[in-house]
Ligand binder design. Structure first.
Ligand SMILES: [Zn+2]
Length: 309
């Protein structure tokens, strides 16, 4: 068990004893943020140079093999402490934060980033850490350690996802008792939403959705970003199916390219730009293009909804 206050105190304690983390958290006070309206969705853009490491991460098999895994206990700095959670996770402070309170929650063993069988864990974490949004980046949807299973979590009030979903039209496509699986296709970003007060039931609804999403050739699971957070009545899981890792304009070599590598935080409403020129250039059209290229179309999402058994 863990709770938000315990984790908040843990983050403060780590910042007090870990200069690198302290410096990066302090730098968040100076990041620039701008607000965009993308067809009614409230999107924030954050200029965060410390995230260069993640946005430019090489996640191909050879690069992964050549580096020491930063989520394995033996490679973590001595100063990085953790809170054990359940029988196989450890809650850590993320030393390269985007959120004012940012956690990484790896499995205690070095095992592939795959979501199957772990959604109940995710929902339980989101229930216990009720001030936090717990999120999962698929191995080719923004995870910078696709070889080591991990969730992340950040203070929920930072993201705009919940605000954007408040006014959205939810079409319930499956139900289990009080728990529902709904399709939201009224925003530029098409998503599925599971509302439940029971992690096991929510997990079963997720498995039905998971089975309906096509797995691209060469992948081990459907491409997805997933976010979970507490609501006044239970916990909400937002599943964002993806069809592409990075936008067509990803890169740094030409003037047309931008260093934006969207993951759950971006899909949750806060797009991260590590370079100042990209921060200046990003506008509503850029975000619309990202949703069009990386997320599914109305037709594609409807087909999945039709295939949910
Ligand atoms: Zn590892």
């Amino acid at each position: 068990m863990a709770n938000s206050n315990q984790v908040n105190e843990f983050i403060s304690a780590q910042i007090a004893e870990w200069p690198q983390a302290a410096g990066n958290f302090a730098a968040l006070n100076d990041v620039k943020v701008k607000d965009l309206d993308v067809d009614g969705m409230h999107i924030k853009v954050q200029f965060n140079p410390a995230r260069m490491v993640s946005s430019a991460a090489k996640v191909d098999a050879a690069s992964l093999k050549a580096r020491k895994c930063f989520l394995c206990a033996e490679n973590r700095p001595d100063v990085q402490r953790g809170i054990e959670w359940g029988d196989k996770y450890i809650i850590l402070v993320n030393p390269f934060p985007i959120f004012p309170r940012h956690l990484t929650i790896p499995d205690t063993s070095h095992t592939d980033q795959l979501i199957q069988g772990r959604v109940a864990d995710m929902l339980r974490l989101a229930q216990e850490l009720d001030q936090y949004t717990v999120f999962y980046n698929g191995p080719r949807c923004g995870a910078s350690a696709p070889d080591h299973m991990h969730f992340q979590a950040g203070n929920s009030d930072f993201l705009t996802l919940d605000e954007n979903l408040q006014g959205a039209d939810m079409q319930v496509i499956a139900q289990d008792g009080e728990s529902t699986l709904a399709l939201v296709d009224s925003m530029p970003m098409k998503v599925f939403v599971i509302d439940t007060d029971n992690p096991e039931t929510g997990s079963k609804l997720f498995e039905r959705l998971y089975a309906a999403i096509p797995v691209p050739e060469g992948e081990k699971e459907p491409m997805m970003n997933i976010l979970a957070y507490s609501t006044p009545v239970g916990v909400r899981l937002v599943v964002i199916p993806r069809k592409r890792h990075r936008p067509s304009f990803y890169g740094t070599e030409t003037d047309e390219q931008m260093l934006i590598s969207p993951a759950s935080v971006d899909m949750g409403g806060v797009f991260i730009t590590p370079r100042p020129q990209d921060f200046e250039r990003v506008n509503a059209d850029t975000i619309r293009t990202i949703f069009d290229e990386l997320c599914l179309s109305k037709e594609e999402i409807d087909e999945i909804a039709n295939n949910v058994k």
